[in-house]
Design a binder for this molecule. Structure first.
Ligand code: GLC
Length: 532
């Protein structure tokens, strides 16, 4: 196994998620594209990024903005060409950065050739690539599974009289992972991209790839379930989270290890307890390299809550496995809003937490400038979830708006006068150019944090140990030589027994300060103390 406990780019590095439609528009059509990403690789190199994950880049009718793939081995024409992607991989490589693509194996677009063929009748060549079942005698759906995007997970195909499964939109039919041909087709898809030089995949809905073969009903949620499970109404015991998914992951691990160089697999493992999360790492290194931790994403930015989750990972994750932490993404929203409610100090202390934990940090484009969600009109949502459910709190557009590179017309994202595919947020309040000119900005703070993490091996690979701290404060040691103290409360706090020099503080005027004995932190202040 090539990717053991030794150091490696993805364990020690900082990864960065790019939503390609919103990063930079190179051709003035209001939609970000791959050439736009290439044009801004220097920004990422300057920031200190080691790898990027691109949200879906494959052809798609965009019912779910790329998560409805119509062709798994091509590039969406809105984003560019296969040659552009090759160039992006090469240009990133020249700057020491690797590229991960988004793989969406749970479902395809209904316009994928496989599904179009499957619709042609019960005997179609690709019929069994999808999950079909007869409706109940009263005409109701085959079981009680609910789409994650609202409503039943089944749609009747009137022509054949059978229903097909879709755990998301009706235009996102679920693939049948019990079919060996589906598995073989995906082996080829993985190899196709590995041969083009990508460094791995982020795997969409990893926990849901395999559905129960017998299509058993999901149990009703109980008061003991996570609030998000209770809100859903059902435990997704049979529709998602089947043990057989681990066979698929082991199989992909073999394919990824055979790639040159060996590639990594990062899973969207949307489960809400550690007992379900940890098995996605397999025996430590035979399944996913990294399994996103949504307990952490959805926790309050509160000392006790965060410490409990991280201590759980530290205690339960096999020694050969490696944690991963993120605060923002294209579904859950931006940390500057969710955790920090727009407060710059709080966003900074959150970034300090992310970049000093033992685990790979993933930043989402804009996190480095403390970008909040944009306040958009939900009535104009492009997100199918907001449109389908009518629930403005489920609108994902606010965290997918164009990157504000500057306060100029077009925001440095597109040409002046061009309407971007989603509106800009407040580009005066947050933009890269202004923060680049300001040594005290969140952008410089994030860059300095990344540089410190790289320079001090303690902060990347060093072991984690919680330290005693007053209520509202989270203090931990990393390795032998560093202590991180985060005041996540809204009151001033004093922490005793801290000795050393402040290597970096959220309040930059404290950088270099000597600490001996009692450390006093203002609300939402954090420090990294060296030599303690
Ligand atoms: C994942 C993606 C999300 C998408 C869904 C359906 O959760 O992150 O954006 O809508 O899968 O593919």
């Amino acid at each position: 196994m090539a990717q053991g406990t030794e150091t490696s780019w993805w364990r020690d590095g900082v990864l960065y998620q790019i939503y390609p439609r919103s990063f930079a528009d190179s051709n003035g059509d209001g939609v970000g594209d791959l050439r736009g990403v290439i044009a801004h690789l220097d920004h990422l190199e300057w920031l200190g990024i080691d790898g990027i994950w691109l949200n879906p880049t494959m052809p798609s009718p965009n019912d779910d903005w790329g998560y409805d793939v119509a062709d798994f081995t091509a590039v969406h024409p809105d984003l560019g060409t296969l040659e552009d992607l090759d160039e992006l991989i090469a240009e990133a490589g020249r700057r020491g950065m690797r590229v991960l693509l988004d793989l969406v194996p749970n479902h395809t677009s209904d316009r994928h050739a496989w599904f179009q063929d499957a619709l042609s009748g019960r005997d179609a060549r690709h019929r069994d690539f999808y999950v079909w079942a007869d409706p109940k005698p009263d005409g109701s759906p085959p079981n009680n599974w609910q789409s994650s995007f609202g409503g039943p997970a089944w749609t009747l195909d009137e022509a054949s009289g059978q229903c097909y499964l879709h755990m998301f939109l009706p235009t996102q039919p679920d693939l049948n992972w019990w079919n060996e041909e589906v598995r073989a087709a995906f082996d080829d898809i993985l190899r196709f991209w590995f041969e083009r030089g990508i460094a791995g995949f982020r795997i969409d809905v990893t926990h849901g790839i395999v559905n129960d073969r017998e299509l058993r009903d999901d149990p009703v949620a109980t008061p003991d379930d996570h609030p998000l499970v209770q809100a859903r109404g059902h435990q997704q015991k049979y529709s998602f989270n089947r043990p057989e998914v681990h066979d698929v992951l082991r199989r992909w691990r073999t394919v990824a290890d055979a790639a040159e160089p060996p590639s990594i697999l990062v899973g969207e493992t949307y489960v809400l307890n550690l007992e379900q999360l940890i098995p996605f790492y397999g025996q430590g290194e035979d399944q996913l390299n990294l399994a996103f931790n949504f307990l952490f994403v959805h926790a309050e930015l509160e000392a006790e809550a965060m410490r409990t989750i991280v201590e759980g990972i530290e205690e339960q994750l096999p020694a050969v496995s490696w944690p991963v932490y993120t605060g923002s993404n294209h579904d859950a929203g931006r940390l500057a809003t969710r955790w920090a409610a727009g407060d710059t100090e709080r966003a900074r202390v959150a970034l300090m937490m992310l970049l000093t934990l033992r685990g790979t940090p993933f930043l989402y484009y804009g996190d480095e400038i403390g970008l909040p969600d944009a306040p958009l009109d939900p009535a104009k949502a492009l997100d199918p979830v907001a449109r389908r459910t009518g629930d403005p709190s489920r609108n994902r557009d606010p965290c997918r708006t164009p990157m504000p590179w500057s306060a100029d017309p077009g925001a440095g994202f597109t040409e002046a006068g061009v309407e971007p595919w989603l509106p800009f947020g407040d580009t005066d309040a947050h933009n890269v150019a202004a923060q680049r000119d300001d040594a005290g900005s969140t952008l410089h703070f994030t860059r300095d944090l990344i540089a410190l993490r790289r320079a001090a091996a303690d902060l990347s690979g060093g072991r984690y140990a919680s330290l005693p701290a007053p209520e509202g404060v989270w203090a931990y040691r990393r390795g032998d030589g560093h202590v991180v103290v985060l005041n996540l409360s809204d009151a001033e706090a004093s922490v005793d027994g801290v000795e050393g020099t402040i290597a970096l503080a959220t309040d930059r005027s404290r950088d270099g300060e000597a600490v001996s004995g009692t450390l006093v932190l203002a609300p939402s202040q954090g420090v990294i103390v060296r030599g303690a």
